[in-house]
Design a protein around this ligand. Structure first.
Ligand code: F3S
Length: 290
């Protein structure tokens, strides 16, 4: 049985970096909290908590006993900011309460935050293309507002408010599709505007989908690993199923049954952005035993 991994699969650069940064704090013997789950993967979140990096919903939820005097910041528990980034207010609250900050904001997201703030400082009305309520979008919006900008969050061209006037700047949530950004820019131009566009899209999601589609069309079965509640993993499974009807979306190796692969000669493997390397490796190891 040949087992082939998609050219791009699993945790993206930003998520892996956040996991590594949290691991570094734990290994150095420090106490840590993450603001929200570091990754959309229950097994990994539980494992991190067991090792000493519990996820909390907000900085206020960190037990009072864990807080120390800001003056002793070297020994203060660390608060790990996840790859989506946070608002300046949240960052301020973490510092104010005397925690040390481990900023694992993905550099692509930091760049988007800086672009949003820069547009605002230049006097632009800032159009943030993204999913309202998503933590990354909340961050982008807040950084632009802190720089004095007025912000509109739109999911696509249909949500652009009427009555905008130049200067208008556009910034995108990093996981947006390029086509959607182009459609928003075109719609703004149709309103007679001349938008300043900051293309802050990260190509990791698209590259994973393209690599999965390529592989799915060349194998007898595909195994897609990742949370069922993970939208990027579900999308990967959908993309694979288009050309490979024997596509299995699983959360862990325990769900695999040898009989499902009867008659297969080549099996492809891919994984969502929240799937760490060890989970992919254990699935590959199982498949290789068939
Ligand atoms: Fe960063 Fe792109 Fe991943 S923005 S967190 S590398 S999807």
């Amino acid at each position: 049985m040949e087992v082939i991994r998609a050219k791009r699969a699993g945790a993206c650069y930003g998520v892996q970096r956040a996991l590594d940064m949290a691991a570094e704090v734990i290994e150095a013997g420090g106490r840590a909290y993450t603001l929200g789950p570091l990754i959309h993967n229950p097994q990994v979140v539980d494992e991190l908590a067991a090792r000493g990096a519990a996820a909390v919903a907000s900085v206020e939820d960190i037990p009072a006993a864990a807080r120390t005097d800001a003056a002793a910041a070297d020994e203060a528990p660390a608060v790990v900011i996840r790859s989506h980034g946070v608002t300046p207010e949240v960052l301020g609250a973490v510092v104010e309460r005397g925690f040390s900050v481990v900023d694992a904001t993905c550099p692509h997201v930091s760049r988007a935050q800086a672009a949003a703030a820069e547009l605002a400082r230049e006097g632009c009305r800032v159009v943030v293309l993204g999913e309202a309520g998503h933590p990354e979008v909340e961050g982008l919006t807040a950084w632009a507002r802190q720089a004095g900008g007025k912000v509109d969050v739109v999911a696509g061209p249909g949500e652009i408010p009427a009555g905008l006037y130049d200067p208008v700047g556009v910034v995108a949530q990093t996981t947006q599709r390029k086509e959607n950004l182009e459609a928003v820019v075109a719609a703004l131009r149709e309103q007679g505007l001349d938008p300043i566009v900051k293309n802050t899209i990260c190509s990791a999601t698209r590259q994973r989908q393209e690599a999965a589609a390529d592989l799915a069309s060349a194998v007898d079965a595909m195994v897609v690993i990742g949370g069922r509640n993970s939208s990027n993993t579900t999308r990967l499974a959908e993309v694979c199923a288009l050309t490979c009807p024997r596509t299995f979306h699983i959360e862990s190796v325990d769900e695999l049954e040898a009989t499902a692969f009867a008659g297969c000669r080549r099996i492809g493997v891919t994984a969502g952005a929240s799937t760490p390397e060890n989970q992919i490796a254990s699935v590959e190891a199982f498949l290789k035993t068939l």
